[in-house]
Design a protein around this ligand. Structure first.
Ligand SMILES: Nc1nc2c(c(=O)[nH]1)N[C@H]1C(S)=C(S)[C@@H](COP(=O)(O)OP(=O)(O)OC[C@H]3O[C@@H](n4cnc5c(=O)[nH]c(N)nc54)[C@H](O)[C@@H]3O)O[C@H]1N2
Ligand SMILES: Nc1nc2c(c(=O)[nH]1)N[C@H]1C(S)=C(S)[C@@H](COP(=O)(O)OP(=O)(O)OC[C@H]3O[C@@H](n4cnc5c(=O)[nH]c(N)nc54)[C@H](O)[C@@H]3O)O[C@H]1N2
Ligand code: SF4
Ligand SMILES: [Mo]
Length: 694
């Protein structure tokens, strides 16, 4: 039910799903509320159940139900026209990512366009680029061995609410085994209440706290000297840089007590190397989050925690197990030669080309520089929920001749698109096989539990049929899923039947660890070392060690708007799920008790939130456990698709209040600064008059 894709086991009776649980071999049966609500997804008919072509104006909601032939012909015709006028590079495709993207990448590259992209400038890009700049390895090139660590440190990583089942269970196991948890946030959370230590910081000051910690660790000589001497380049530059950033300084900046920072530092230094500083999944999206994340990576380096139990471990793949990897669809396709439309790789040389940066395509749509972008296909991606300021996005998209949504639901973007190609849900479709790297790597696949009862299709079939129409069917040499799997598995020596026993194919029985004394060559930086000073950043005119700048205080009478997740929903796409809607029908606005009193607001009162001319009406949640400079809401609500009757206008969408933030990018990390948003709030006139008891 979300992009974590926890492995599941499904029971059926006839063509009905009767039970869903976590795969017992990997999760011991555990699932979250959303995972269990998969049964309601199947029954939910407020989804697109057959292909739709837009009839009225974009977003007007007038659709014609058509056959798959008609829908795919329509898309292929439009694509051909765009390619004939502007070249294949004027088509872009965005897909939410994850292990199963090989096929969609192959489709866009097969057309001859380099413009594959995804959501990540709102999620992990800062963390990823920070990691690359230090180690030459990306965000996904490390696994955190949380279960075995002695001290886990989380900055705004609300690990027990923003869930991945396996990871959350590891945290609980670690706590049971006596491990410690330190949590940093601007408000109290489900993770914070389980923590041994909670630092409530002033919003946007994580970088200051991390610098204070680095200063203190170096001053007290608490770091792993041997590891640093052997693997780190330019450590002296770091030593010099952190001199002004004492624990006392950091405490003042963050609103903490310096003794508590010092106690913390002594504890982690005693527990190293079994200490993990989670570099943030998305971290918080502030203007300096790239540098905050870099500082957290540096703290890991000081702990010397690489390739040790209870630390950060390099994931292993099929090669480490002595077998060949899966055959890839994308790898057989010649690399498109055109430069990327988002400028990544030529205008922005310090960013990883991989998926580039979606939001930069909007600028290109408007300027047509370096060339026009005229077609957008979104697979499992909803830009109007994902990116700020949907109104600004629509202006750019109106320059496009074709907008396609391949989705299981009506996304907000899909509702605005020209064509909706409804994908069968994960319970009704087969997926391609993927590799899951780790200490115990495996091949994974997802197989259908039931047949769809609607006119929807699995992605493999959609892509194949579109590819045939576009004359690139030869890149997809299959007609059935069995043929597809056999083609992928051919070099590996495995067969699809090998997945039957456990639902996956383990590539090793025992965990694989590299020899920690032979890490040379593992860091993919130019020097082969962990680089405090990155040449790539310097060449782009950016600092590697950036002097700290204090975040802006909210203008008088305003609050900084921050956001996060609830364990009950996944972004915007579960809000209309009948079961999950019942558990959490709307979001609320968290506001500090003193501020609420000042505004005459009590728990449950309606409030107006006003951001850049956009007003939302939302119920107040009044609490002491949030910093007075911020208000907070769960992301994903305030949906505007009328056919989703449960979710329609329930709660408020934070992204809609973020006017003007669509191009507000961290220049070093590429992440959008979603937390640099200020809103006004007031008691709403929607409130019934309060009765005064005499
Ligand atoms: N303001 C604000 N913006 C944010 C965030 C925030 O907290 N606040 N969070 C950010 C983060 S961390 C992320 S990762 C992004 C996520 O943004 P997206 O990547 O857009 O989000 P998702 O909700 O995961 O999925 C998008 C679409 O996938 C569809 N979908 C679900 N399952 C399937 C499937 O099996 N097949 C197909 N084809 N489609 C499917 C859903 O219906 C939904 O329309 O948003 C980011 N944007
Ligand atoms: N149930 C559920 N689980 C999910 C998802 C989901 O939609 N639902 N989405 C998945 C995805 S795509 C992602 S990226 C992850 C995200 O998982 P996390 O990285 O844990 O992110 P959020 O839940 O968005 O929580 C962000 C936290 O940052 C805090 N915060 C705001 N400002 C600051 C600050 O200045 N400093 C600090 N230290 N904290 C601050 C907020 O109060 C909030 O608690 O969750 C994943 N797991
Ligand atoms: S975190 Fe929950 S919803 Fe997401 S895949 Fe795992 S069980 Fe499913
Ligand atoms: Mo994310």
């Amino acid at each position: 039910m979300c992009t974590v894709r926890c492995p599941i086991r499904v029971e059926t009776e006839g063509n009905e799903v009767t039970w869903i649980e976590g795969n017992s071999h990997l999760l011991g049966g555990a699932l979250c509320a959303k995972g269990a609500a998969g049964t309601a997804l199947l029954k939910d008919e407020e989804r697109p159940l057959r292909p739709l072509i837009r009839k009225g104006g974009r977003g007007a909601g007038r659709w014609e139900e058509v056959s798959w032939y008609a829908a795919l012909d329509y898309v292929a015709d439009k694509l051909k026209k765009i390619i004939a006028s502007h070249g294949p590079e004027s088509i872009m495709l965005s897909c939410r990512g994850g292990p199963f993207v090989d096929l969609v990448k192959a489709f866009i590259h097969g057309l001859g366009s380099p413009n594959f992209t995804n959501h990540d400038s709102t999620c992990g890009r800062n963390v990823h680029h920070a990691s690359l700049s230090l180690y030459g390895l990306g965000r996904k090139d490390f696994i955190y061995d949380i279960k075995n660590c002695k001290h886990l440190v989380l900055f705004g990583r609300n690990i027990l609410a923003s869930l991945r089942i396996a990871e959350a269970n590891q945290v609980l196991d670690m706590l049971d085994a006596g491990g410690k948890l330190t949590y940093v946030d601007v408000r109290q959370t489900m993770t914070g209440i389980k923590a041994n230590r909670f630092f409530q910081v002033r919003p946007g000051t994580d970088y200051a706290l991390a610098l204070g910690m680095i200063h203190e660790i170096i001053k007290e000589k608490g770091y792993d000297r041997e590891f640093v001497d052997r693997h780190v380049a330019d450590f002296d530059r770091l030593e010099e840089f952190v001199v002004p950033y004492s624990a006392e300084w950091a405490a003042k900046e963050c609103g903490l007590r310096s003794e508590r920072i010092k106690e913390f530092v002594a504890e982690v230094c005693a527990a190293r190397p079994k200490v993990v500083f989670h570099p943030g999944w998305m971290l918080s999206r502030y203007r300096d989050s790239f540098y905050a994340s870099r500082a957290l990576h540096i703290l890991n380096v000081l702990m010397g925690n690489i390739e040790v139990e209870g630390g950060q471990i390099l994931p292993k793949g099929p090669g480490d197990c002595g077998i060949k990897g899966l055959r890839s669809f994308d790898a057989q396709i010649p690399k498109p030669t055109a430069k990327r439309a988002d400028g990544v790789g030529w205008k922005y040389t310090h960013f990883d080309k991989g998926p580039g940066l979606f939001h930069l395509f909007y600028e290109t749509m408007v300027t047509e520089d370096p060339y026009p972008v005229k077609g957008l296909i979104c697979v499992r991606h909803d830009p109007f929920t994902c990116f700020p300021d949907p109104a600004a996005q629509k202006e750019a998209l109106d320059k496009c001749d074709l907008l396609v949504s391949v989705d299981t639901h009506y996304s907000e973007f899909g509702w605005y698109a020209d064509v909706i190609l409804p994908e069968s849900t994960y319970l009704e479709r087969d997926s391609i096989i993927a590799t899951q790297k780790g200490v115990k790597p495996r091949f994974i696949v997802r197989r259908k539990a039931v047949e769809t009862e609607h006119d929807t299709k699995g992605l493999c079939e959609i892509i194949k049929q579109l590819a045939d129409r576009m004359g690139i069917g030869h890149y997809f040499p299959y007609n059935t899923m069995e043929e597809l799997w056999a083609w992928q598995l051919e070099p590996t020596g495995h067969r699809i039947e090998d997945f039957d026993a456990k639902g996956f194919v383990p590539l090793t029985d025992t965990p694989i660890m590299y020899d920690r004394d032979k890490l040379e060559g593992k860091f993919k930086t130019p020097s082969g070392k962990i680089e405090i000073i990155s040449d790539t950043l310097s060449k782009a005119g950016l600092d590697s060690l950036k002097p700290y700048q204090s975040p802006e205080e909210p203008p008088k009478g305003q609050f900084r708007l921050v956001f996060g997740r609830s364990p009950i929903h996944a972004h915007g796409h579960t809000i209309n799920n009948p079961l999950l809607h019942e558990l959490m029908p709307e979001n609320t606005l968290w506001i500090n008790k003193r501020q609420a009193a000042r505004l005459g607001v009590e728990e449950g009162d309606w409030m107006d939130v006003i951001g850049c001319g956009c007003t939302g009406v939302i119920k107040a949640h009044v609490t002491e456990f949030i910093h007075p400079e911020v208000v907070y809401m769960v992301h994903g609500f305030g949906r505007q698709v009328p056919l989703q009757t449960r979710a329609y206008h329930a709660g408020v969408g934070d992204q809609k209040l973020m006017r003007g933030l669509l191009q507000e990018m961290d220049p070093a990390g590429g992440g959008l600064c979603l937390c640099e948003c200020f809103v006004s709030v007031r008691r709403s006139s929607k409130n019934p008059k309060r009765r005064v008891e005499l």
